[in-house]
Write a new protein. Sequence first.
Length: 205
Amino acid sequence: MLLKLANLNINNFVSQTLIEGPGKRFAVWFQGCSIGCRNCSNQEMLSFEKRMFLPVSLLIEKIKESKEKFGILGLTILGGEPFLQPDGLLELVEETKKLGLNIIIFSGFLYENLEKQFFEILAHIDLLIDGPFISSKLDKNRRLIGSTNQRIIKISDCFENEDYFEKPVWEVDIHINNSIATVNGDGSILDDADGKNIFNIEKNK
């Protein structure tokens, strides 16, 4: 049996979320992006500094635990830019598929370009949100889709009759651990009229 030794530099992951795609899901955010979309909502994930450098095998164990404990149905991969770490990404999607889970990836690259170079990865995923975020084309009609140029590409028939992303819904998950709050989803609903974040958490003394 081939021993796989890929590692990934990630920013964060959550073991269960209801707002990064249809059904209860495991979500992982990759660290590092070179596309340079203006007004990117994940500024902290753009640099290529090491944040959480993990072997894929450890992430797979976490995903497996989440399936057993929470009954997750799929994995959503975001960033940063996932396809800039292709070796680790390929191993992650291959091993996740073996667990019987569906896979969604958000990428700033176009499907036509990814298809030429990363067809092996695409062969293992079910849905791709592609294209760079263009702030002048802000999308207010689709859930989790940043701008109107970005496409929802259903690679397999897993989501053939699913309109989750086509709905105009804005929501967030807030995970609190030891007074540290992690927010995922559309964080703009927590901003005031000037775009300043108005959410905070205080620990009772």
